[in-house]
Design a protein around this ligand. Structure first.
Ligand code: FMN
Length: 367
């Protein structure tokens, strides 16, 4: 009989141990290297009796095959091919997403004063705590932004009802005070908290798992009153723009975001990155990655709502060419990487105040 390993199948190497996992099977199985190699060879259909391994006798190999058949990891070749046996959504999202999903599950959560908590604190404080904010060289020039705040007199209800994604902008310049107000309320700290061994933490308008505020903000200025076009980093503490040697021109931002048109007429763009060391220090667990993605969603929503309250519009996207952005921003190593893109400007509106391209349903439908 021709047999084949099921697909998708993942071999996870974790602290010197090898595990087998698949969305088609519950749990995961710890296996030996030789078993992994047999499974690897069985990515292609093979006659069950001819399968061999240089380190195992024929009987041993057949015993492994039988065990894997009983466990469901090896099937008759035609059955193993059947995609329909992979439960949704993993049939379309695939092995990488499954791996991400399973590896980040069931994080240990420590509560209250306990020995475990003490051990955890001792463990994290044995390493130097990365600064909670980026430490700028005092010699680096900074364009300090106005500390006046634009009025935002629209009722909160109106912001909830009218925040929309705007993908079409007028070529109007955004005023300096509005620009500064938007950066301040979206990204800068509102208060600070003394958090003991965690240091002085920033408290911002958006919640952030762990309050380590790993997000950094690169600003691509195209058409903002009183600010030279160029690429900057927003210094959240000094409330200013630090010039950065990187091409975040309209053309570059469009290329990075697959030419969706968000940056062709907008006033400025924002690229968020995650400075992961801040978070990894407090959360030395893979689930922190998931938390980091939640965090960026929170901040982008605040940006979008604040833009709306200021009469501006924001386009947002998580679809970008990661590697090209990393290269453009000269992000060193793999510890800081881009997480999101935002564009902002004066939106083109329909007479009803809706985004320029918006169609309300005119007929009843079921969905
Ligand atoms: C995580 C995320 C990613 C998004 N990516 C895109 C995108 O790549 N292109 C786009 O046109 N809109 C993008 N959007 C905007 C959504 O399409 C938009 O929020 C949705 O259509 C609902 O419209 P509304 O924001 O006006 O309520 C994204 C939104 C979120 C939250």
């Amino acid at each position: 009989m021709k047999v084949k390993a099921i697909s998708p199948l993942l071999l996870q190497c974790d602290r010197g141990k090898i595990y087998l996992t698949s969305p088609r099977m519950p749990g995961r199985l710890r296996i030996k290297r030789q078993v992994a190699e047999i499974l690897f060879a069985l990515q292609e259909p093979q006659d069950q009796l001819t399968i061999g391994h240089p380190e195992l006798s024929h009987e041993q190999t057949q015993s492994v095959i039988q065990t894997l058949i009983s466990a469901g990891y090896i099937l008759p070749a035609d059955e193993a091919e059947q995609k329909t046996q992979t439960p949704h959504p993993w049939d379309v999202w695939g092995a990488n997403a499954w791996n991400f999903h399973t590896q980040l599950k069931d994080a240990p959560f420590l509560r209250g004063a306990s020995q475990e908590m003490e051990a955890y604190e001792a463990r994290i404080t044995s390493r130097v705590r990365p600064p909670n904010v980026r430490e700028e060289d005092p010699e680096t020039p900074v364009l300090l932004l106005p500390r006046v705040r634009s009025e935002m007199n629209v009722p909160f209800r109106s912001v909830l009802e009218n925040r929309r994604t705007h993908r079409h902008f007028k070529e109007d310049r955004v005023g300096l005070d509005d620009f500064a107000t938007l950066l301040h309320y979206s990204f800068a700290p509102m208060r600070f908290a003394d958090s003991g061994v965690m240091g002085v933490q920033q408290l911002k308008s958006y919640a952030s798992g762990g309050a380590r505020h790993e997000a950094e903000f690169y600003i691509a200025v195209f058409n903002v009153h009183g600010v030279e076009a160029g690429t900057y980093r927003y210094d959240t503490i000094r409330h200013g723009l630090v010039p950065v040697e990187a091409d975040l021109s309209r053309a570059a931002m469009e290329r990075f975001t697959y030419d969706q048109g968000f940056f062709t007429t907008s006033s400025f763009g924002v690229v968020t990155t995650a400075l992961t060391e801040r978070m990894a220090w407090k959360y030395p667990h893979p689930r922190a990655y998931k938390l980091m993605l939640h965090n960026v969603g929170h901040l982008v929503q605040v940006f979008s709502m604040t833009a709306s309250a200021l009469g501006l519009g924001a386009a947002i996207t998580g679809g970008f060419r990661d590697t090209e952005v990393e290269n453009a921003l000269r992000l060193e190593g793999s510890s800081e990487f881009p997480t999101f893109f935002m564009s902002c400007g004066v939106p083109e509106l329909t007479p009803e105040g809706q985004p320029a391209v918006y169609r309300a349903p005119t007929r009843p439908t079921l969905s």
